[in-house]
Design a protein around this ligand. Structure first.
Ligand code: 13P
Length: 252
């Protein structure tokens, strides 16, 4: 059966010493939550230091992005193998901030997903609708298109290795969280799409996180939904008390 995953996406924040202190604080408490998988995703340049800070703990390391080629003339980019060498288990791919500000498309994200899986990394693939799309009643349509595009061509085994993060764009960094009902509707749709493409057993094994203004005071009701398997946390993952408070809300 699937295990919930709570991952902190630190985005472009923190100094090196702040990053290490935060990682140490999370690692120290992580043993208290043996039923939850926990990960932190610092900026690339802190991966090694954070990896050292969480060594031997239950906290896994993740990166925030990756280039889909194994090596070569790609100035400024980071390969899957480099992330493996840093000790990463996860890599966040297709975050809406990258879709929005860096022009990432579903087909480019799909290339990255395949490259990550080939390297033995677990991709955390983000998808979610914009406010105008929700208001126009197009949420599920957008989700279906992103699912088909960014997760094209995966074998059943690769699908199980992949984490999906549903992050409605209007809820990211806004303090406006999706209601448990709004989130569950999309998570259930994603599970249906996986069941249709593979089968219901595979669908039951895929971890689907919610992301967007998750805080200790709203985590529990989100996690109570049957198809919400943890969270991808931005702002609140920068404060150990808040991140640990969210983890404590996972009772499944
Ligand atoms: P916030 O938790 O700050 O809304 O960010 C969510 C997010 O984008 C995680 O990837």
């Amino acid at each position: 059966m699937r295990r919930p995953l709570i991952a902190g996406n630190w985005k472009m924040n923190l100094t090196r010493s702040e990053a290490v202190a935060l990682a140490e604080a999370v690692a120290k408490q992580a043993d208290q939550y043996p039923t939850v998988d926990i990960a932190v995703c610092p900026p690339f340049v802190y991966l090694e230091a954070v990896g050292r800070a969480i060594a031997g703990s239950r906290v896994a390391l993740g990166a925030q992005n990756m280039y889909p080629e194994p090596s070569g003339a790609f100035t400024g980019e980071i390969s899957p193998m480099m992330l493996c060498e840093m000790g990463c288990r996860y890599v966040i791919l297709g975050h809406s901030e990258r879709r929005q500000w860096l022009g990432e498309t579903d087909s480019f994200i799909n290339k990255k997903v395949h490259a990550a899986l080939k390297a033995g990394l677990q991709p955390i693939v983000c998808l979610g609708e914009q406010l105008a799309e929700r208001e126009a009643g197009h949420t599920l349509e957008v989700i279906r298109a992103q699912f088909e595009g960014s997760l094209a061509g995966l074998t059943a085994q690769q699908m199980i290795q992949t984490v999906i993060a549903y992050e409605p764009v209007w809820a990211i960094g806004t303090g406006k969280v999706a209601t448990p009902h709004q989130a569950e509707e999309v998570h259930l749709e994603l599970r249906k799409l996986i069941a249709q493409r593979y089968n219901p057993e595979i669908a039951q094994q895929v971890v689907i996180q919610y992301g967007g203004s998750v805080k200790p005071d709203n985590a529990q009701e989100l996690f109570a939904q049957p198809d919400i398997d943890g969270a991808l946390v931005g702002g609140a993952s920068l404060k150990p008390d808040q991140f640990l408070g969210i983890i404590a809300g996972m009772k499944k």
